[in-house]
Design a protein around this ligand. Sequence first.
Ligand code: NAD
Length: 442
Amino acid sequence: MSREELAVQRARTSFQTGRTKPLDFRVHQLKNLLHFISERCADISAATKNDLGKSQHGTKLFETLGLEGEINLAIENLAGWATPRPVEKNLLTISDEVYVQPEPLGVVLIIGAWNYPWAVTLQPLVGAIAAATKSIIKPSEVSSHSAKVMEEFLPQYLDKDLYPVLTGGVAETQEPLKQRFDHIFYTGSSTVGKLVMGAAARHLTPVTLELGGKSPCYIDKNCDISIACRRITWGKFVNCGQTCIAPDYILCEPCIQSRVIEEIAKNIKEFYTDNPKTFEDYGRIINQRHFKRVMALMEGSTVAVGGDSDESQCYIGDPHCEEIFGPLLPIITVSGVDEAIQFINDREKPLVVYVFSHNIKLIKRVIAETSSGALLANDCLVHFTVSALPFGGVGNSGMGSYHGRHSFDQLSHMRSCLIKQLSMEGVNSMRYPPHTAKKLSW
Ligand code: NAD
């Protein structure tokens, strides 16, 4: 039996004991996850620095703070989330007990991506523990230092049988995908998402797919371009552009194009100094393969700002078709909001549509006439931090969602329960044959 088969079998056997179900057990595991983050923060930070060149503060801000927030939210609200949810009754069930009981799905496979190796791998785990599922955690091999720390230390904090960490590359991910799971939670590219869904279909396993996509960013010519560009520069260049919800390209009218370039250049300088290469808050492209991919995207384009690079360090100074996932920000000119909407709708549904405008009617129009996982007006990325908002894609950018209670719901089965008394049989007479006009006339 392979290592993967063994892990899944052990997980299923331990799940069947019902050990994950008591609320105290779940809270205890969630608190241990908090301890892991606080006690191992130096290892987490060093690994993330090695993988992506992220600074210690950057790791805290963009990886672990949100994770801790999600864990604390789950600890505080777990009892409420897990409790039966009464629903509206109809006339025939008026005296019955009718409710939805969240129940654990069973064994879940969580496959993480490399760009935020902690956030995107452990946030689904928070929901999985809260929902009392048993989870196999497969961090991305691309962020190898983070995967190693996860593999070495997480089992010292969490129940080893219930939450094992499996490491390895494509082959090691494909192996567990042959097994039967009760849910697969995948974060990564749309191409691999299709393979994961194909593998899941063989067992009728439901999936959550947190995928990528090209998130457009429309700037209205009448908005405060200086503030808009400051927020866009932050959202685009954080983590060297390797953020699934980063604005992928700008749509604006030709009359503001040079102002937009000027403002973005100014902000890049302010945020990352004249020499981002040696500045600790400007990260690195994850590996040579992605470095070459991003460099190839620049070929044939006019670089307005930056564009210098150093392959030996996977460094690309800030400088179409596939997701950019790097520090390039193309500007596409359109004649106005009508053309911007048309441009967005002619393509796959993105993870986010960004719009910058003072005009609330224009913002509402973009909401009404486009579709995406989320819409954010006048800022970038921050919807990720609102646990009450379901985070996820639609169409090519994914299916299913998570964060806060949504993670709990996503990884639970919402079981419909109806409890009737074995009395008051008279009220049922209408449904029993013979079906006469007299019975229906009351
Ligand atoms: P990746 O290469 O790390 O792959 C993700 C996971 O899939 C890894 O665990 C990897 O082992 C596994 N994998 C890769 N190829 C596989 C195969 N052929 N069969 C089975 N498993 C395989 O990450 P990536 O795909 O380069 O990640 C970047 C993408 O993820 C971008 O498109 C980004 O937008 C997206 N992303 C989305 C979110 C979100 O929340 N929606 C978050 C982060 C990243």
